[in-house]
Write a protein that binds this ligand. Sequence first.
Ligand SMILES: CC(=O)SCCNC(=O)CCNC(=O)[C@H](O)C(C)(C)COP(=O)(O)OP(=O)(O)OC[C@H]1O[C@@H](n2cnc3c(N)ncnc32)[C@H](O)[C@@H]1OP(=O)(O)O
Ligand SMILES: CC(C)C(=O)C(=O)O
Length: 518
Amino acid sequence: MKPLWGIVFYDVHSLVNEKVRIFDTTLRDGEQTPGVSLTTDEKIQIARQLDKLGVNVIEAGFPVSSKGEFDSVRQIARSGLQAQVCGLSRIVKKDAQACLDADVDLVHVFSPTSDIQIAHTIKMSHDEIVEGAMRTVELVKDNGRTCLFSAMDATRTSPEFLHRIFKAVEEVHCDIINIPDTVGVAVPSSFYRLVKDICDDVHMVVDVHCHNDFGLAVANSLAAVEAGAREVQVCVNGLGERAGNANLAEVVMGLHSIYNAKTSIKTEYLVETARMIERLTKVKIPITAPIVGENAFSHESGIHSHGIIENSKTFEPGIMTPEMVGHKRRIVLGKHTGKHAVAKVLEEAGYRPSNEQLQEILERIKELGDKGKQVGNIDLQTIADVVIGDVAKESQAVVLKEVSVMTGNIITPTATVKAMVRGKEKVLANTGVGPVDAAVNAVQGLLDSDTSIHLCDFRIEAISGGADALAEVVIGVEDDRGRRVSARSAREDIVMASVEALVSAINRLMLLEEAAAR
Ligand SMILES: CC(=O)SCCNC(=O)CCNC(=O)[C@H](O)C(C)(C)COP(=O)(O)OP(=O)(O)OC[C@H]1O[C@@H](n2cnc3c(N)ncnc32)[C@H](O)[C@@H]1OP(=O)(O)O
Ligand SMILES: CC(C)C(=O)C(=O)O
């Protein structure tokens, strides 16, 4: 038993430093997610990102299925990636030939092996399936490529037939065998026993491919590694047929952080990769998703936030940090907030409230919360501005002097701003897609090139009706350390309101940076 911070965990010693290969099938099974369809360019972008992430295998597609698919697989295979590029093939000669013609390094040959699938899909005898599998593996091996054989629906296949088909492909020098839980019916204990029996039976690398129909894909994949599997098939964001496949980030971090096993994944790119796949597939990552979800390292309730401020291990696993996966820890304000969190967020936004002011701010937050309103960090700053007052003029890093904007239907919107930046007068012009964008770009341009600030929130809210409505603009900015502040301004002129809010937010962030540097 291994004690970790006073808690006794299941014995995971056996996996210390064991190497597990990560086989990514986002571009093949992941693309089978209903509604997802990627262009060749998008697939190439994804393949490059997966390579940067460090996966061992990229299953790029099913070359025989269409001309576009063949071209995508071939382009990925020829793009000089570190990862092995794989193509899928039925036990059909033309499928395997298409993989070979697409120049893949590894061919993934599969056949159904369960009675239900054999009877209703492939409609062959066991002998014909074994023969077809052997001939296809031989074709791949004769052409000098690596071969992986999958017994599709293995978890509903008779153990005798599984043994027979795996032994048959081993005889023709197959390199890797895969045990797919095609319809996600395994549980960790049953899958452990199945994988262990097969590992004891064959001399090939054992790989697994788990579907998530009962939400057990990651647990089953980890159980398989405990049982001896040394390759796991995964998809970014758990994409895939129906409820999807085992989630790459969850499997990898489980292996690294819980089991102390090794993979080649550069975990700091996990969030970046998940967000890229979210953008290209348009399948949203749930906010509560482990590791890569927006809330994975966010804390709202007072008791949790207090603990986190003292020591992040109080309410986070500790063996996994946001930095390890390219995420950021956030204290988020809301109905359940306590004074420690409010004080911390205000301090980070450059405010120094007295104890009475802090108490008053907390009461106002609770009042809003009880009325069912969400109280975000921006609302907190508005409340704080009212209770404490805005950033003092003398501590402002940027003091705005002039703003002028040219716009129309035949000129590129251009803005010029003049401001004192840390006591020095600066004038800068910039363009944008519209007058507000041009003005915002010009203000951002006033900052030194080593001041890395970017916009993370921009909202315009008209707070009175009519063409002369007062426009309230809320702007949030973030620095490269993930510190966020926001500010608002309200004017009839939307450009001026935007510029003022931006300058105000920048001043707060600068104050914060100065305070951190002291
Ligand atoms: C569990 C998985 O994810 S497996 C991968 C699933 N992915 C895909 O199917 C995506 C790409 N597929 C396609 O583009 C098409 O299905 C194709 C090109 C492969 C085949 O298309 P079609 O010829 O129109 O056949 P269709 O898809 O309707 O039916 C599948 C055929 O493949 C056969 N088949 C299925 N699996 C296998 C196998 N492993 N080996 C041999 N034949 C197989 C079926 O018996 C059926 O054959 P039939 O046409 O003689 O009845
Ligand atoms: C081709 C195989 C591995 C598959 O996708 C499955 O069984 O789900």
